[in-house]
Design a protein around this ligand. Structure first.
Ligand code: 13P
Ligand code: SF4
Length: 309
């Protein structure tokens, strides 16, 4: 029998209570997935929640590296991802071997890993960062020792600019954000000249965006939500994955959000559906595990990040 969306949502709710489970969802998830979640947020907020929950089961409606982070932070809990093919093109750009090669060349180096990385890469990092805290964390590093920032080149360039620190930056990119170009931005800004401009730092337009609109705000997904809620403006042009529009509409109702690119869709995030969440809770699948030795090393870098702010 095929269940309707309300039936599925109702049964997911029943299963959650029965199994003492919590659903964490990233703000790029499908609207109906965000709506059944106990918590929706950015990578930093989700990591913090994963570290503090009392639930026995965490269903991660997000991509694999996020579920892996939750598993590293909660070795005694069951972390489930409804579709284990939900990967990340950015995380795929770098391997542990690449990081080890840099470490071998820079024995006194400091490795800063964006959370969009595998557990094996995190295990070789000194500290993790998200788009919400990268600038603050890099500012706290030793400027006299080499720094390797990975894997996002646009976030890396933004951090270098904000901190004035020189870093070796890995040339990785996210296909969704790299595809948000100057042309769409110019057109959307021209159509809404009074709107605030919110940009995710993974976008390829980084410096040209700031040239087009010097008061543009570079923010993580949750930073965008907070900014829109507290801003006096009523219109916002948004440069990131379009799933965020549902969250912005919900959290800052009465305001209007214009995505720069309607087709900026992360197909990995969209692999998570209500049907798969339901099956995940019902059949306890797919359990996310990380080898204990890798998890222990990766945890040091994640904890170093969570200590900040
Ligand atoms: P945030 O941490 O800002 O939510 O970004 C995560 C991500 O995957 C962006 O593509
Ligand atoms: Fe990865 Fe890009 Fe999808 Fe974010 S939007 S999860 S960086 S592929």
């Amino acid at each position: 029998m095929t269940l309707t969306v309300p039936d599925l949502a109702q049964d997911i709710d029943r299963l959650k209570r029965q199994r003492n489970a919590i659903i964490l969802a990233h703000s790029y998830e499908r609207p109906e997935v965000q709506d059944v979640a106990d918590f929706v947020g950015d990578s930093l907020g989700l990591s913090r929640l994963a570290a503090s929950t009392d639930a026995e089961i965490i269903v991660f409606a997000g991509v694999y590296f996020m579920a892996e982070t939750a598993a590293i932070l909660n070795p005694s809990k069951t972390v489930l991802i409804p579709d284990q093919e939900a990967g990340c093109s950015l995380s795929d750009t770098i391997t542990a071997k690449d990081v080890q090669a840099w470490r071998d060349d820079h024995p006194d180096g400091q490795v800063v890993a964006y959370v969009n990385t595998t557990a094996e890469v995190k295990a070789l990092a000194d500290v993790c960062v998200t788009s919400a805290n990268a600038v603050e964390i890099v500012k706290g590093l030793d400027p006299n020792r080499p720094i390797f920032f990975l894997p996002d080149m646009f976030l890396g360039a933004f951090v270098e600019k904000q901190t004035g620190m020189k870093m070796d930056v890995w040339m990785g990119e996210c296909h969704v954000h790299a595809g948000i170009g100057d042309k769409e931005i110019k057109e959307t800004l021209a159509a809404h000249p009074d709107a605030e401009f919110l940009i995710h730092p993974e976008c390829s337009c980084g410096s040209s965006c700031l040239f087009l609109k010097p008061d543009a705000k570079m923010l993580s997904t949750e930073g965008m939500v907070r900014f829109a809620q507290s801003s006096e403006k009523s219109e916002f042009v948004v440069a990131t994955e379009v799933g965020i529009i549902h969250r912005l509409n919900k959290m800052a109702s009465g305001k209007t959000f214009f995505p720069v690119k309607e087709t900026a869709v992360c197909q990995y995030m969209k692999m998570i559906t209500l049907e798969k969440i339901h099956a995940s809770l019902l059949e306890t699948k797919h359990v996310v595990t990380v080898a204990p030795e890798t998890a222990a090393k990766a945890r040091r870098a994640i904890d170093a990040m969570l200590l900040v702010g």
